[in-house]
Write a protein that binds this ligand. Structure first.
Ligand code: LRH
Length: 453
């Protein structure tokens, strides 16, 4: 039996995985809220001590063959010379990074940065978070991405797993090594970055149990669990974010890919996750939080709401911070001269259709940039449970959507551990297929409203 510690932006899970007949079965041992919390001094932080405590408590009751850890990307802790965490682990939604990208641009142009890292420009990428730190907080410190920090707390060993290192803006996408060029040009201390680990490496021992480096970026683990039907299959890993793209052998570092803001993150087994990071169920989860009502009846009601009366761009900065999401959706609709959704069900319909449109746009761009025909898309992660979202995504994309697995990151995490321990196991097949219905014309017209809005 293996343990996956899988930390998402709204909840964390400790999952048990058993391998039998080449398939992994998962059992949830523990689930806890992770979401960002306000910091006493302003801004947003993660309660990493609470996460560590939940993990330790869950591990007390099991004796697995190994443990693997994956989490959301971008955020890090700083370890001081005495080996302690110095200060908070800030959330990428913390506004401290505002304007920092233009300071970095003066040291290395966006074009050159993209040619080296292949990383999608997001103003809250790790590189900008680091550059917003006072220099004295970096000197004599080691940066550990969240899974590397939990690994360090469990094992005492320091390292940087490569799939999550590739989201920092400091890793060379071609050599898959830290870019000493970028590090020296932006003036970061080179001692900040620990030696790299690969998925499948042994990271250290927790008691007598091996901790194995997996695809420690949750998206890397999720893509490992996609039951790809063929090379013409794309994926959408849909949780707080929707990661929409292709698994490739080599990065696409072209100006067109840069302009479309596509990312080339390092995947398991030397693969590349060529994708666009678009906002996902965050809009829905934040809306539910402000209404304090449950999802299922709302989704049923949303399915009968009239189609495409109002759509929003989920990536608009207006939706980025935590807070009253329905009010912001209303103000977006007013600003773009669309009908304001007048009930929670109508808001949910708007969110679902907006995510479907955003999925379709990213998918069509991915196939153009990678010059690859796509005839099916796998939707994995929490969004796979949402039948309305899966159907609308199939309709907007005009191709079938294979749904599942839901716990893709945990499954991918266990698949790498199982392989490392010498077991043969493959991704779980999809549990449902949604065929596209209706014409794509109304979707294209709705997309046009966003462009001209
Ligand atoms: C998805 C994800 C995504 C990152 C974001 C911070 O959970 O890891 O790939 O960009 O969270």
């Amino acid at each position: 039996m293996f343990v996956a510690i899988d930390l998402g932006g709204s909840s964390g899970r400790v999952m048990l995985g058993e391998v039998s007949d080449g398939q992994v079965s998962l059992t949830e041992l523990r689930r806890f809220a992770t979401g960002p919390r306000p910091r006493p001094g302003g801004g947003l932080r993660w309660d990493v001590q609470a996460i560590h405590h939940e993990v330790l408590d869950a591990l007390r009751s099991v004796s697995p063959l190994s443990i693997g850890i994956d989490s959301w990307a971008l955020d890090y802790g700083l370890i001081d010379s005495s080996g302690s965490l110095d200060g908070d682990v800030r959330c990428y939604r913390d506004p401290r990074v505002e304007g920092v990208d233009s300071q970095v641009r003066a040291l290395i142009s966006d074009d050159e940065h993209y040619r080296i890292t292949g990383l999608q420009h997001m103003p809250f990428n790790t590189i900008y978070q680091l550059m917003s730190e006072p220099p004295e907080r970096l000197a004599g410190h080691t940066m550990l991405m969240l899974p590397d920090l939990i690994t360090y707390w469990l094992t005492g060993e320091i390292g940087a797993e490569v799939t999550i290192a590739s989201t920092t803006g400091l890793l060379d996408a071609t050599t898959r090594q830290w870019s000493s060029d970028i590090v020296s040009r932006i003036g970061l201390p080179s001692s900040l970055l620990p030696p790299l680990r690969q998925p499948g490496d042994h990271s250290g021992l927790f008691g007598s149990t091996q901790v194995v480096a997996v695809g420690s970026h949750d998206t890397a683990s999720a893509v490992t669990a996609v039951p790809f039907a063929s090379s013409r299959s794309a994926y959408i890993s849909c949780g707080t974010w929707s990661l929409v793209g292709l698994k490739l052998d080599t990065p696409v570092l072209t100006p067109a890919a840069q302009q479309a803001n596509f990312t080339n993150e390092s995947g398991v087994d030397g693969t590349v996750r060529f994708l666009r990071n678009t906002m996902g169920l965050w809009l829905l989860n934040e809306s539910l939080r402000s209404w304090a009502i449950s999802l299922e009846p709302l989704l049923t009601a949303a399915a009968s709401e009239p189609a495409l009366t109002a759509v929003v761009d989920p990536n608009d900065p207006l939706f980025f911070a935590p807070g009253d999401m329905p009010a912001r959706i209303a103000s977006y609709c007013t600003k773009t001269s669309q009908a304001v959704p007048s009930s929670p069900a109508a808001v949910v319909r708007t969110i679902m259709e907006s995510l479907a449109l955003s999925h379709a746009s990213a998918l069509h761009t991915a196939q153009r940039l990678a010059d690859r025909e796509i005839d099916v898309v796998h939707l994995v992660g929490g969004g796979a449970k949402n039948a309305l979202l899966c159907q609308l995504t199939a309709d907007a994309c005009g191709i079938p959507v294979h749904a599942g697995p839901v716990e893709a990151s945990s499954l991918g995490n266990i698949l790498v551990q199982a392989r490392t321990a010498g077991f043969r196991a493959s991704p779980t097949p999809p549990f449902a297929t949604y065929l596209p219905k209706g014409s794509r014309t109304p979707w294209q017209a709705a997309a046009q409203r966003l462009v001209s809005g």
